[in-house]
Write a protein that binds this ligand. Sequence first.
Ligand code: ADP
Ligand code: MG
Length: 686
Amino acid sequence: MRPDILNPLFTDIRALKGVGPGLAKPLERLGLERVKDVLYHFPNSWTYRKSVSCLDAADVGQNIILTVTVMDHRGGNSPRAPLRIFAADAERNYITLTFFGRNGGWARKQLPVGEKRIISGKLDHYGDELQMVHPDHIVPLDSDSSPGLAEPIYPLSDGLTNKRMGQLAATSLQAVPDLAEWIEPTLLSSRGWSSWSKSINLLHNKDDQDARDRLAYDELFSNQLAMRLIRAAMDKRAAVPICGDGSLVSKLALPFALTGAQQRAIADIEGDLAQSRPMLRLLQGDVGAGKTMVALMALLRGVEAGMQSAMLAPTEILARQHYASLQKLLSGLPINIAILTGREKGSLREATLMGLADGSIHILVGTHAIFQEAVTYKALAVAVIDEQHRFGVSQRLMLSRKGRGVPHLLVMTATPIPRSLALAAYGEMDSSILDELPPGRTPVETRVMSQDRLSELVDGVARHLAAGKQAFWVCPLVEESDKSDLAAAEQRAEQLRLRFGDQVALVHGRMRGPEKDAVMERFVAGETRLLVATTVIEVGVDVPNASLMVIEAADRFGLAQLHQLRGRVGRGSEKSVCILVRSTQIGETARARLALVRETNDGFRIAEEDLKLRGAGELLGTRQSGENPFRVATPEQVRALIGVAADDARLLLDRDGGLDGARGQAARVALYLFERDAGVATLRGG
Ligand code: ADP
Ligand code: MG
């Protein structure tokens, strides 16, 4: 149960004084539901003001606070004539307060002739006169809400003013309890951080980097603590140690020799599988490095041990491709392999589910469907997840309920995951890297070309197709729901059809599965030769005869994404070309980023750069899946602090008495505060 001390923070904000139904919608749009959400809704900028006793002491352009006497009202009677209110400072210097639009009546009331008022706003001039347009504060001298020297500016939504937001924050701050400290004391003092409650207060009253870091750290710390707890709970349940007898692996007739890197990764995996501690290993290898072979070895070891293995792919198309290539590699072996996606329905699906339950299916390939509730395995030993960045902690937990013990888990990614991100998404995990491409590959030649040379480019494509080869033409689809992007892809396909006729095919993310597969199958079979696609082809599709890729509006893609896309060509022995078409007007940074992709084939470098530019959620793909692990910490903070948080969490659990010691009790509160449900669930479990 959530500790009582946190209850005020989890109170619905609609229960606060003065929060009427009118505010409900705007607050909801900002994701603010509870007091704690408001507390963590920090100002994103500040207005700094100078308090002056007379206008001589201020410069035009400055934000000032000034006491004035109201002299006269003029205008404001028609929509085109603004209301102008003349006022004087203590030295009888004049200033005009100007109000456009319809709030003249309100301004007249606030500024009665002959009265003194404190005003604030930006000092401006109009001709020779000093003026202030729409002062942001107008208050009587004895007001207790005088404008401050620094005013927080909050992220807002329609129907919510900054002033109202500031009041909500102030009210919420009154509910802040003193929480016992969960951060390791030496760390706290060496960083010079304040307590949690003080830091929260600070951030609503001034811009304070230390307070910001502390609160971000809290989030990272609870994330790391939760990860460790989950891991510990899984370790406790144990996995079945697997020592394959080689009966299957030895029968495998591979058309090539494994690379040294593949052999090393396989050895790492076999070492893990032999333990009762469940494997949690990340296999990183650039596109084309041969991850599938490594996965196959892991899958086979599970089957050799008399159990089952499963492989999860992020998309339907990729699942089918894996299924097909595994079937080919395993033909002749006494292995029953099946596929399960959202599309297998009816009796076919039933048969697969039965086969999984009675153990007659040895290897299952599929999409997320393979870990759904209804799917029961007789004895799942090894799970491989291809393209980890679509897979989060909750799915991992789901998976852990599928085995006899906890299944051994291998996660594969072509987008290298910097350690900080791997930590955030998985906690401490082991890692193997395929840093060696199979021999005989020629690197893809990458060129950058401006959009206004499109017709030249199309001529190039014509020559390529005339030589009997195939090509991809990628159009950006920034969001799955973005109709106009889809329209752009459709339009491009139409244009290309005018020139290339039936050779052109179109595939996009809004197509239904069977339709999409039909298009892909015809392209793979060479029946169509130019595939116009939105980024659905991003992961995995293998068409060796396609040796040219055009990426339109390349500046709109993430770098890692470009690198992935580019990996789709260069699969055959032939030299491949990737053309990044950039918008005509792009900035220096965008130019430099494209140049980086052109210059290097090093996926790690590209991913690092992407991380700097776009943040963790983007790279992990968690933004789309709604599982972005962090609300408070920025990507920079994740990078700078997550390692420290991991160490601190380890220290707490291994040395400082775990969750039952004094600091541990405080840390429990942090877990609940950050709703690390999965970690919290392990607490409940014992
Ligand atoms: P990725 O790491 O991108 O998943 P794949 O596993 O799809 O790469 O392998 C890419 C291609 O390289 C496949 O056609 C595969 O058959 C081939 N391949 C894998 N390992 C080797 C190897 N050791 N020698 C030669 N070709 C290999
Ligand atoms: Mg692959």
